[in-house]
Design a protein around this ligand. Structure first.
Ligand SMILES: *Cc1c(COP(=O)(O)O)cnc(C)c1O
Length: 356
């Protein structure tokens, strides 16, 4: 079968080395003669996987001892609840930036635990930009933002100087570029966009944030329990953490500076074609264009099905926009190669010529 170019928004493309290691480990994990998914998570071979994955996160984010790293379950969506449950006292207020559906869901969940102050929102223009001038109140318990808006294709390239602890959902752009983690009190990410398969969620938490609420927290929803037990309070998502560990090894082998250059090159290539090609146009503010998810539309929407057919014949997969926005979306996470973006650009040029 010829190569399929995978532009899926998530679960999404992973490096070949992680897929190969997984195939191998499903048959014979770490020389045990047993499959990765049939050994105890308490075995020394598996504990080494969680330890290495945790260590790689610390290295890649350059974390000091003020931070804890845990792998959780329930997706990024459960973090929308765990964050206010652990950090927002009843009667107090948390500040949120509303830049898309995921951000809005985080706002909704925080409302179950305390007051929410939405400091700015781009919902008025269908989330096509990142609000810039807003004030984070100094008496908020924390400020929550979403670094990359997967559904709309906008990305924060700068973060505010927050007077309160800043918490960021980095699900879809984590490890796509260097970040100054010390600016954040917490970073979290569902693995299945840029870091691994679905089933595990990374949480990086500054210790001084813990034990700041007075409410009782159920055991499984208390960050301290997962931290104290090294992500092993209960059975972790064994397979997902294994693939994540291999993906992190691959990311480290490239390096975050080089990864950013790669991702910028891919994004520049596609945005330049969108801007040049008379058939297509971008949908978000130019300065906020995401390098991870590129949203665009055909000027004549009635040609969409025809273009998708052409994409299929070129082995270009996963380009349909999210059901809530339509159009096209090319997700170009770390593991997608430049040649795949070039294949998409070629198809766009062919389409334009066929209509000339
Ligand atoms: C996909 C996504 C989520 C939801 O992740 P789940 O793991 O499915 O809960 C949250 N935030 C962002 C930015 C996402 O891209």
């Amino acid at each position: 079968m010829s190569k399929v170019h995978n532009f899926s928004a998530g679960p999404a493309i992973l490096p070949a080395s992680a897929i190969e290691a997984s195939i191998q480990a499903l048959q014979n994990f770490s020389g045990t003669g047993l499959s990765l998914i049939e050994v105890s998570h308490r075995s020394k071979e598996y504990e080494a996987v969680v330890t290495e994955a945790t260590q790689l996160v610390k290295e890649l984010l350059n974390l000091n001892d003020d931070y804890e790293v845990v792998f959780l379950q329930g997706g990024a969506s459960l973090q929308f609840d765990m964050i206010p449950m652990n950090f927002l006292n009843e009667g107090k207020t948390a500040a949120y930036l509303n830049t898309g559906v995921w951000a809005k869901r985080a706002v909704k969940e925080a409302g179950f635990f305390g007051n929410v102050n939405v400091v700015a929102s781009s919902e008025d223009k269908n989330y096509s930009y990142i609000p810039k001038d807003y004030v984070i109140p100094a008496d908020a318990e924390y400020f929550h933002c979403t670094s990359n808006n997967t559904i709309y294709g906008t990305e924060m390239f700068e973060f505010p100087e927050s007077p309160v602890p800043m918490i960021c959902d980095m699900s879809s752009d984590i490890f796509s570029k260097p970040v100054d983690a010390s600016k954040f009190a917490m970073i979290y990410a569902g693995a299945q966009k840029n870091m691994g398969p679905a089933g595990t969620t990374l949480a990086v938490i500054r210790k001084d944030l813990l034990a700041t609420v007075t409410r009782k927290i159920p055991t499984m929803l208390d960050y301290r329990v997962h931290i104290e037990n090294g992500s092993m309070y209960n059975t972790p998502s064994v397979f997902a953490i294994f693939v994540t560990m291999h993906t992190l090894r691959w990311i480290k082998s490239i390096g975050l500076e080089a990864m950013e250059i790669r991702n910028k090159e891919k994004a520049d290539l596609l945005y330049a074609e969108i801007d040049r090609n008379s058939m297509f146009k971008g949908t978000v503010a130019v300065e906020d264009r995401s390098r991870m998810n590129v949203n665009f539309v055909l000027n004549d929407a009635s040609l969409e099905d025809e273009f998708f057919k052409l994409c299929k014949s070129h082995n270009l997969s996963g380009l349909k926009g999210h059901r809530s926005v339509g159009g096209l979306r090319a997700s170009m996470y770390n593991a997608l190669e430049l040649e795949s973006v070039q294949a998409l650009v070629n198809a766009m040029q062919e389409f334009e010529k066929s209509k000339a």
